[in-house]
Design a protein around this ligand. Structure first.
Ligand code: A2P
Length: 274
């Protein structure tokens, strides 16, 4: 079994999970089933991925007891607001076919819309009502999180952000650590292939007898971040989970992230995804 983190609400989160974007329902169902069989216990979806039905079918399949699986989904931008969040959650829960969701995240802050504090109050209510075990955010800056804390007194358990060796997010990770917010990494492999073909990463991989993908995922876990690599391929799923049997040196950690910084996804201050 893979290591876990304890969140600031006392629940546990596996140290690595499966991403499901951009799989459709049937592909997602297959991918989650093979991932559960391979030992994954953290599954990440979102309303906007349009595959909650497929993910839910795999979770309900019984290959692994429901209570051993940490199911994550996310509130879309078009449903920001207190009542809207409660209604949107019910729709997600129905599509997933679950009694409760383990981790519910605000997908993007949409600062211009300026309703994420109301959404956050609804997330707090969902947790109080026992419909959600843990609540968190995604793509929030330190400023957005400070505002949640100031206006509600409740910090997120998780902030899921774009994080990979092209975007190491040092300042935000330090901020999270100071607040007890766990960092999750989306697009942990950098989405493209250039990182996995990089000579420095390849050299480190050879030195440990592992693959470039494993080096990058190990880099995340040694930072204390929880990567959620997407793979629909059972062999790569197994490979991606098998990163807890070797350790990168400090020099190797530095070499992995020694590259020009750039995003593959949206800038949280301006990105509007409804
Ligand atoms: P596939 O589903 O065919 O495995 P990210 O999570 O950073 O967005 O990256 C996901 C992409 O990387 C997918 O296209 C996935 O394709 C591919 N991928 C996942 N794991 C590996 C791996 N270990 N080696 C190479 N490519 C991978």
């Amino acid at each position: 079994s893979i290591p876990t983190h304890t969140l600031n609400d006392g629940t546990t989160l596996p140290a690595l999970g499966l991403g499901t974007w951009p799989l459709g329902d049937d592909e997602a169902q297959q991918a989650v089933l093979s991932a559960l069989e391979a030992g994954y216990r953290l599954i990440d979806t979102a309303t906007n991925y349009r595959n909650e039905t497929g993910v839910g079918r795999a979770v309900a399949s019984g290959v692994v007891p429901r209570e051993e699986i940490v199911v994550t989904t996310k509130l879309p931008g078009r449903h920001h607001g207190y009542e809207e969040t409660l209604a949107s959650f019910e729709e997600s829960r129905a599509r997933l076919g679950l009694q409760y969701v383990d981790l519910y995240l605000i997908h993007w802050p949409l600062p211009r819309v300026d309703r994420y504090v109301d959404s956050w109050k609804a997330m707090i209510k969902l947790r109080e009502d026992g419909l959600v075990r843990s609540i968190g955010v995604s793509n929030f800056t330190a400023g957005h999180i400070e505002r949640l804390e100031k206006e509600t007194g409740v910090l997120p358990s998780v902030n899921q952000i774009e994080l990979h060796p092209f975007l190491p997010q040092e300042d935000l990770r330090v901020f999270h650590a100071g607040k007890g917010v766990l960092t999750e990494s989306w697009s942990p492999l950098g989405r493209g292939t250039s990182l996995l073909q990089d000579p420095a990463v390849a050299r480190i991989a050879r030195a440990h007898g592992v693959t470039p993908g494993q080096v990058v995922l190990r880099w995340h876990t040694q930072l204390g971040a929880v990567p959620i690599p997407k793979s629909a391929n059972p062999e790569r799923q197994r490979q991606n989970l098998d990163v807890f049997g070797f350790e990168l040196s400090e020099a190797e950690m530095t070499a992995v992230a020694d590259r020009t910084h750039r995003r593959v996804g949206g800038d949280p201050e301006v990105h509007e995804e409804f």
